[in-house]
Design a protein around this ligand. Structure first.
Ligand SMILES: [Zn+2]
Length: 294
């Protein structure tokens, strides 16, 4: 339906696009937010550079790892070291507030609207910022949950206490052996509840959120709906980007907005009803809030 070579890229006047997005936010009956990694990057949860060095300097020195993403795939020689890495990764991306207020700026814009959030982010920052849990669908999992690595049963487990213990008790890049998490049912190792392969556990909470998302989409097939896509890359476009284009195409009163540093574009079929902003998301959200109160 949408061909890449027929995309329309907007490089026009940024303030005009911000004004169009502001109007779309104000007049929309409903706002469906689709958020990807770019939103968390804009909130300061960066995976490399100074922030990586602050928390993972020893891993850089020992293995030459230079960012949090690739370090998650490193073949550590012991489970104690593997969990020293992962407990830091989980803690500093899931159990701390983001350094910059992009999520709070977003909430300020939609809190009085009929909204819902679909996200591939697994860092829980929507809830930390105060978004209503019932309006969130984390499709790809949550750093704050573990599951059996063999997926022997369909349940996830909150890991906060265990992760804090690992952080407190690790020494020389190793956690104590007795903190290695094991499945309470089959004794296999536990793993992050992330959609990496077909062992991803979709528990009751996941299905309930999926159902609420489907209901929201169904209730808003018509009317002035804003599909607000923030920081969604091209790794998994079938989750947010392609459905948002399709919903916009099917509803002549819908607006599609894409805010993404370096990758803001829309198909020509919906170009006239699209707002594309190639800019830092936090800066755009802040500008929208300033406009909203002026
Ligand atoms: Zn198990």
């Amino acid at each position: 339906m949408f061909l890449k070579n027929r995309m329309k890229e907007y490089t026009g006047n940024c303030s005009v696009q911000i004004e169009r997005l502001k109007q779309a936010l104000e007049t929309a009956d409903a706002v469906l937010i689709g958020a990807g990694a770019g939103l968390s990057t804009s909130a300061g949860l960066t995976y490399s550079g100074e922030r990586f060095e602050r928390y993972f300097a020893e891993f850089h020195q020992k293995y030459g790892i230079t960012d949090m993403y690739s370090g998650g795939f490193y073949p550590y020689s012991t489970l104690e070291e593997y969990w020293a890495w992962w407990s830091r990764h989980i803690f500093y991306n899931r159990y701390v507030d983001a350094p910059l207020p992009a999520y709070q700026e977003l909430l300020a814009l939609v809190k009085d609207k009929d909204y819902f959030v679909l996200t591939t982010n697994v860092d829980h920052q929507f809830q930390r910022a105060g978004f209503d849990k019932k309006k969130l669908f984390y499709t790809q999992g949550d750093y704050g949950l573990w599951q059996c690595s063999k997926a022997c049963h369909n349940k996830t487990y909150d890991n906060e206490d265990a992760v804090r213990q690992m952080i407190d008790q690790q020494q020389d890049m190793e956690i104590p052996s007795d903190l290695i998490p094991r499945c309470p049912v089959c004794g296999s190792l536990m793993t992050m509840n992330l959609r990496c392969d077909n062992t991803f556990v979709q528990d009751e909470g996941w299905y309930a959120a999926q159902s609420r998302y489907s209901d929201f989409v169904r209730r808003h097939k018509h009317g002035t709906v804003l599909y607000l896509e923030l920081g969604v890359g091209n790794n998994t476009p079938v989750i947010i980007k392609y459905p948002f284009w399709k919903y916009t195409l099917e509803n002549p009163n819908a607006i599609y907005a894409c805010v993404n540093f370096g990758q803001a574009y829309a198909p020509r079929e919906i170009a006239e009803r699209s707002v594309c902003l190639d800019a830092d998301i936090g800066r755009i959200l802040s500008a929208l809030n300033r406009k909203a109160v002026s």
